[in-house]
Design a binder for this molecule. Structure first.
Ligand SMILES: Cc1ncc(C[n+]2csc(CCOP(=O)(O)OP(=O)(O)O)c2C)c(N)n1
Ligand SMILES: [Mg+2]
Length: 568
């Protein structure tokens, strides 16, 4: 309880700072190690969501950070709570998402004895988090929380881990609050922009690739105007399809899993690549085969908010340290050449994209996931949010779903299984009026499926479209390719997912044929409950363009070997 002598407990000071910095939602699994902070939420306006596993709590917080650009917050207990949360912390790292994780810590007087669940969080999270620290003195909470918000958001965003000793949270202090943080915008210099303009003027076949974080709806709109004025083809990198309207005439497609070969050829044949926000890491670069390292074969203009990323892998012809938000607004000042040498190319690139994504490929079995994605893209409102974790099922999202608006796709570039469901819960928490659909694999869903209880508890009517092939399909695919016919460790015996949903108090329906899906979806919407639509997918239907037997036969015939496609 707050004292009337002007003092507050560490827990109260902490929760007050969160409110000042604009936090509205916090995700947690409680622990006795941070009871005093939990108590401070009792009288706070911040909505607290209590989860069933720290993997879900941390992924929900990450999804908030990823989509809002402001740190998502979670609270977990010491030891196992913290290590369980590491999945979300790792996603925030790879996806460049701002996030702050508070971890209860043993009392200060018993530190270093390996007390109950004691860990050294600076050491444990030192290489995953952007910053890991511990607060020793309640009077320094405003300073250190302010630093945490700035650190999580500035430059290349990322996760911050803060350990808070149990007794520190109870101690009283008299200390003024910090003022609200403002992330520092990173503007490109005038010289950068005029050099870019010159490079565009002399280019014959340029293309823009977009990814990373620090985007906004306004930045995406500015980029689209720039692309129109320059007739520039624009492709999105792995799991960043939502950064460019898929039906915009300059959209060239998605560069992640199983990309259009014509798009790959276009990128390889470009003389100038304008990479905005992304790192062109393993997935988008097709296992680092697209650009020569360190000197790309084409001119690379790399725009990134983190100075440390510029020249890290690829030596850019022009390195611009800028956030996509600022850079895209600076693009408004560039003038296209009088004669655009590549005129017509964006139309061809877009036609290639439309042809590639238009129609579902035929699949073995009675449920065609591609046709379901096509149905969803035609029938969901444009503001609907799609989430996913990792598995081959996601290849159909990347190929057939057409994202139209910023932050309508929430998926981990880190390839973390289990992400889609908690991300869906986070999105429904932020946007109760928008449709939120999680596309999940059978393996993927059950990594965080315990939090279906959270969906029911908080009345979050997300719809899970669960593609059940009875396999850790991605791994089976690689297994058949590398060790054909030697199946081990990739078969799954699954529960009855409809009964699962019902047991939790949600809604479940089975779709055994593609044609069952629209009615099952409409029924799920009508129930207003968290729902699972269980799709029985033929295990042979391993990818939009391949069957398991086909992959095995090819490998047995000696055509195997790593192709670098469809990784986690
Ligand atoms: C947390 C985590 N563990 C393991 C992996 C490795 N992995 C990548 S995909 C995959 C199988 C996914 O299975 P499922 O969700 O059923 O999708 P499918 O590939 O069958 O469509 C595994 C085990 C991973 N990416 N993330
Ligand atoms: Mg599966």
């Amino acid at each position: 309880m707050r004292g009337n002598d002007g003092t507050r407990t560490g827990g109260e000071i902490l929760v007050d700072q969160l409110a000042i910095h604009g936090v509205r939602h916090v995700f947690c699994v409680p622990g006795e190690s941070y009871l005093a902070a939990l108590d401070a939420f009792h009288d706070s306006k911040i909505a607290l969501t209590v989860c069933r596993h720290e993997n879900a709590a941390s992924m929900m917080a990450e999804a908030v950070g990823k989509t809002t650009g402001r740190p998502g917050i979670c609270f977990v207990t010491r030891g196992p709570g913290a290590t369980n949360a590491s999945a979300g912390i790792h996603i925030a790292r790879q996806d460049s998402s701002p996030m702050i994780v508070f971890v209860g810590q043993v009392g200060r007087h018993m530190r270093e004895r390996e007390a109950f669940q004691e860990l050294d969080y600076r050491a444990v999270f030192g290489s995953i988090a952007k910053w890991a620290t511990e607060i020793d003195d309640p009077a320094r909470i405003p300073e250190l929380i302010s630093r945490a918000f700035h650190t999580a958001c500035n430059g290349r965003p990322g996760p911050v881990v803060i350990a808070v000793p149990e007794d520190m949270l109870i101690e009283r202090a008299m200390v003024p609050d910090a003022s609200p943080y403002e992330p520092a915008e990173i503007w490109p210099g005038l010289t950068d922009m005029s050099r870019l303009q010159k490079m565009l003027w002399t280019s014959k076949r340029p293309i823009a690739l977009v990814g990373g974080s620090r985007w906004s709806e306004a930045a995406c709109a500015a980029l689209m105007r720039f692309a129109e004025r320059f007739a520039l083809p624009v492709a999105t990198t792995f799991r960043r399809g939502h950064l460019f309207d898929a039906l915009h005439p300059c959209y060239a497609g998605d560069m992640g899993i199983g990309p259009n070969p014509k798009l790959l050829a276009r990128v390889k044949g470009a003389d100038l690549v304008l990479l905005i926000g992304g790192r062109m890491s393993e997935m988008s670069s097709q296992s680092y085969t697209l650009f020569d390292i360190p000197e790309p074969q084409m001119k690379l203009v790399h725009v990134h908010p983190g100075a440390e990323e510029l020249g890290r892998v690829y030596h850019p012809a022009l390195a611009i340290q800028a956030a996509p938000t600022a850079f895209c607004s600076a693009l408004e000042g560039l003038q296209p050449p009088n004669e655009i040498a590549w005129r017509g190319e964006s139309d061809i690139a877009h036609a290639d994209y439309l042809a590639w994504s238009e129609k579902a490929t035929p699949q073995p079995g009675t449920v065609n996931l591609g046709e379901i994605l096509v149905w969803l893209r035609e029938n969901l409102p444009s503001g609907a949010i799609i989430t996913n974790g990792a598995g081959n099922f996601a290849a159909w999202i990347h190929r057939f779903y057409r994202f139209r608006k910023f932050a309508t796709h929430v998926g981990p570039t880190s390839g973390s299984m289990g992400y889609g469901f908690p991300a869906a819960l986070a999105m429904k928490t932020l946007h109760p009026d928008r449709a939120v659909v999680c596309i999940a694999g059978d393996g993927d869903f059950l990594m965080t499926g315990q939090d279906f209880a959270t969906a029911v508890q908080y009345k979050l009517p997300v719809i899970v479209v669960l593609a059940d092939n009875g396999l850790y399909g991605t791994i089976r695919m690689h297994q058949e390719r590398e060790y054909p016919g030697r199946v081990i460790g990739t078969a799954l015996h699954n529960p009855d997912f409809v009964a699962y949903a019902l047991a939790f108090g949600g809604h479940g329906a089975l779709a055994e044929k593609t044609a069952d899906f629209p009615a099952a979806f409409a029924e799920a919407v009508a129930t207003g409950k968290p729902s699972i639509i269980h799709l029985r997918i033929d295990p042979e239907a391993i990818a939009p363009g391949a069957t398991l037997t086909g992959i095995r036969d090819k490998a047995l015939a000696g055509g195997g070997g790593k192709s670098g496609t469809h990784r986690g």
